[in-house]
Design a protein. Structure first.
Length: 246
């Protein structure tokens, strides 16, 4: 299969998954249910590790099963729920301290390299896509729904950087982690969005300037700073490291 055709297909798929967020004017019942469930997940009103069913959610939200199924399918695509055969859906547990540290090490190995390659290889369309994702982040307001959407857009930004680098193995390895979604589930903190946005802008500026060294540095700095912000959450838990090791 032609590589360019595959890349364009992949980008359309990624765009389609985020389209409901970008087009708030066309609100469908499934969009409203999605926002409600995303809010409940990010605020942990629906607890990590718990199970949910279509019937129970339809009764609780007072809607039919169709928008519930649609919303759950989208949340499953975002790795926020896991389908359990013949038993509804399960909310993934929060990541452990060990898992977090492993993910951080893997990201430090892969993402600066991806950013370096993106500075060398990104197309004009991919640069525009990165700019569009950051612009959409800037339009979000406060609240758990917006925070959840920011987390998904954060994941989309890193995904486009990795895709722009042109190394499919690196892109696939990072995509399988779903690191950004799980990290944003750990805590609701509006300050995180401001800091991450500033760091994303530095990454994009370096990639757009076609400066591989600066792009790799900006990405590494962003991951390290983000890691410190998250690590403090584990350190503040009762019992310290032992409380979060699974």
């Amino acid at each position: 299969m032609d590589t360019l055709a595959t890349d364009e297909r992949d980008e359309r798929t990624d765009e389609d998954r985020r389209e409901p967020m970008a087009k708030k004017a066309r609100r469908r019942p499934a969009d409203q249910v999605y926002d409600t469930l995303l809010t409940q997940l990010m605020s942990q009103r629906i607890e990590p590790g718990s199970r949910v069913t279509v019937d129970a959610l339809a009764r609780e939200l007072g809607v039919s099963q169709t928008p519930i199924r649609d919303a759950l399918n989208r949340l499953e695509a975002d790795d926020l729920v896991v389908r359990v055969p013949n038993a509804g859906y399960r909310i993934p547990p929060q990541i452990t301290r060990d898992r977090f540290e492993d993910m951080l090490e893997a990201r430090l190995l892969l993402e600066p390299a991806a950013a370096r390659m993106a500075a060398e290889r990104a197309s004009t369309k991919q640069l525009a896509r990165l700019r569009a994702v950051l612009d959409e982040m800037a339009t979000l307001s406060d609240g758990h729904t917006a925070y959840g959407e920011f987390g998904l857009l954060d994941a989309a930004f890193h995904d486009v950087v990795a895709r722009s680098g042109g190394n499919r193995v690196i892109h696939e390895a990072l995509a399988r982690m779903h690191a950004h979604v799980h990290l944003f589930r750990l805590v609701y903190d509006a300050q995180v969005t401001d800091l991450a946005t500033s760091e994303h802008e530095e990454v994009l500026a370096a990639v757009a300037a076609r400066d591989p060294d600066a792009a790799a540095y900006a990405m590494r700095r962003h991951i390290l700073l983000s890691g410190e912000r998250i690590r403090r959450l584990f350190d503040e838990e009762p019992g310290g490291d032992d409380a979060s090791r699974g």
